[in-house]
Write a protein that binds this ligand. Structure first.
Ligand code: UDP
Length: 328
């Protein structure tokens, strides 16, 4: 094991952040959480983990955390993440994602933090002519969520260039599934992400669901996404932390498997894993959705030595389904 680190996990009571906390504990590191509980859940926080309630934009709180714990690195997950909500309420996204993240980066620089892993998103790419998408593609976000994250990336990049902060920016494609040991998973209410909604439908927690858009320029007319198991995504963060710990230079990498599934493919797999048909109706397009988002993850594999363990839609769905069955 690499040298032990104390890692500040923002959004550590949320879906992805809580998986990071578990991975840090599993590897013998010390997580410290800051979460404002806007979407986080106390039940996702393992007992004994230091927990600070508040927003990452609260500079005094961040300074206090850095003073009271010797923070070696930061993993910044806390954000608003729902694409259609960002279209309806863009200012929520620019304030909570861009402004608060900027304040947070400033507080980290002030506290002398040198390693920063940032959760970004494939939404920064928008519609692209080429698939899979590599990191050299032009960024052209289709929605305020993507724009708010892209601006945060710029703040981080420019701040790092002017200080001794180093970063790894991870552009997530579609994160799904749950801890294979059943210790964490998605609790968001109301659910907005496809796999979560589909497993809720499969266990009867909702009566029916809709396919948003069947006239996209894809083989079956529905949007294609690169669904990555949350535990593989977290493995990329752990690799990023070791990379920065060894003095690696700042870098940006996509997180996905390099192949996509359509909305209909996903629903077929959910019905098959659950062993029952879903009640699905076709609906108009949802604003802000790009037709195809598939990652070229060559860089993640080569620069960070990342190799996925759960690159299988059936596994993603069955872990999500098990979590839903045990926690609803
Ligand atoms: N989607 C859908 N029905 C739903 C939820 C999502 O058809 O109830 C579609 C959505 O329009 C998009 C894809 O599933 O094409 C993935 O959406 P999700 O919200 O899971 O992730 P996003 O790609 O927006 O981050």
């Amino acid at each position: 094991m690499s040298e032990r680190m104390t890692v500040l996990v923002t959004g550590g009571a949320g879906y992805i952040g809580s998986h990071m906390v578990l991975a840090l504990l599993d590897a013998g590191h010390t997580p410290v959480i800051i979460d404002d509980f806007s979407t986080g859940h106390e039940k996702l926080v393992p007992s004994g983990v230091p927990l600070f309630r508040g927003n990452v934009g609260d500079s005094a709180l961040v300074a206090e955390i850095c003073d009271s714990h010797k923070i070696d690195a930061v993993a910044h997950f806390a954000a608003s993440i729902v694409v259609p909500e960002s279209v309806a309420d863009p200012l929520k996204y620019y304030v909570n994602n861009t402004v608060n993240t900027t304040r947070f980066i400033a507080a980290c620089v002030d506290a002398g933090i040198k390693r920063f892993v940032f959760s970004s998103t494939a939404a920064v790419y928008g519609n692209q002519d080429v698939s899979p998408i590599n990191e050299g593609a032009n960024t052209q976000p289709e929605n305020p969520y993507g724009s708010s994250k892209l601006m945060s990336e710029m703040v981080l990049r420019d701040s790092a260039a002017a200080t001794d902060l180093s970063y790894v920016i991870l552009r997530y494609f579609n994160v799904a599934g749950a801890d294979p040991q059943g210790r964490s998973g998605q609790l968001s209410q109301p659910a907005t992400h496809l796999i979560k909604i589909a497993v809720e439908a499969a266990i009867g927690k909702r009566a029916a669901m809709q396919v948003y858009g069947t006239d996209y320029p894809t083989p079956d007319g529905t949007c294609i996404r690169d669904y990555i198991h949350v535990s593989d995504l977290i493995a990329a963060h752990m690799a990023a932390l070791s990379y920065l710990q060894k003095g690696g230079a700042s870098l940006l990498a996509n997180c996905g498997y390099g192949h996509g599934a359509s909305v209909r493919d996903v629903l077929d797999v959910v019905a098959s894993v659950a062993g029952k048909p879903l009640d699905v109706t076709d609906a108009p397009r949802r604003p802000g959705d790009a037709a195809v988002l598939v990652a070229d993850s060559t860089k993640l594999r080569s620069a960070l030595g990342w190799a996925p363990r759960y690159d299988d839609l059936r596994q993603i769905v069955s872990d999500a389904l098990a979590w839903e069955r045990n926690n609803s």
